[in-house]
Design a protein around this ligand. Structure first.
Ligand SMILES: [Zn+2]
Length: 236
């Protein structure tokens, strides 16, 4: 009984360490997977800013062409003025020129507004590109760190798993199953001390007869409340 308990306690200690390492590994792997998502988000933002900028530039180009066309019309009309014979026709052309100039003023205002929008968006995009570059550098550093930590974990657990397996193999088959199941279902605590008549796993009082048996009976006893395997500290 003492030998089995000693094996179980040693096994549990290693299993608890392995479990911690396993949780650490999982957290790192999760982080590893999530690191790309922020850079993807910024990259998508840059793409949409670029599309918006292209659209604004195209709109500006169209306005610019319209402006040049109107300026040409004005020059042509002004060129005709000296050759106009009647006052009526002269006034009509002057009016035409005036309207065209107003239209041009409007086109110039719209072009100026577009220029403002374009320069704002360009600045936003530059900021995002800067942000992306910085983030990518950080992500690369962290990925490097993570892969080192994972390698360290692997090196550390390699020997522990061997030790664990050889302890496990020394236990009777029926006890292996009980231990394994309890370790999984009772939060990594399958073997616990019974102290002052109480199970230290669930803190419930043990029946006095059972507690007394722990000192004498050769079979390993289970807590009637949480089923954990019990042992008592025996003074040698
Ligand atoms: Zn218990």
């Amino acid at each position: 009984m003492q030998e089995k308990i000693r094996l179980l306690k040693e096994l549990q200690a290693i299993d608890q360490e392995l479990q911690k390492v396993c949780q650490g590994r999982q957290a790192l792997e999760k982080e590893q997977a999530s690191l790309g998502s922020e850079t993807d988000r910024i990259r998508a933002m840059i793409e949409s800013l670029t599309a918006e900028l292209d659209k604004l530039r195209e709109e500006r180009r169209t306005l610019q062409l319209a402006l040049e066309q109107e300026e040409q019309n004005i020059r042509r009309s002004e060129g005709h003025l000296p050759s106009i014979k009647t006052q009526k026709e002269y006034v009509a052309v002057l009016k035409e020129i005036d309207t065209a100039k107003k239209l041009n003023k409007d086109l110039q205002d719209r072009i100026q507004t577009k220029d403002g929008e374009i320069s704002n968006l360009s600045r936003d995009r530059e900021e995002k590109e800067q942000e992306l570059a910085e983030l990518q550098a950080k992500v690369a550093d962290r990925l490097e760190e993570i892969s080192q930590l994972l390698a360290e974990y692997d090196a550390q657990t390699g020997t522990q798993i061997n030790d664990r397996d050889s302890l496990f193999d020394q236990l009777p088959v029926s006890l292996r199953k009980r231990y394994q199941l309890l370790f999984e279902r009772r939060g990594g605590l399958a073997v616990v001390e019974a102290r002052n008549g109480t199970c230290s796993g669930c803190n419930m009082h043990l029946p006095p007869q059972l507690f007394n048996n722990l000192f004498t009976v050769q079979e390993i006893q289970s807590c009637p409340h949480c089923n954990r395997l019990l042992y008592v500290k025996v003074l040698m």
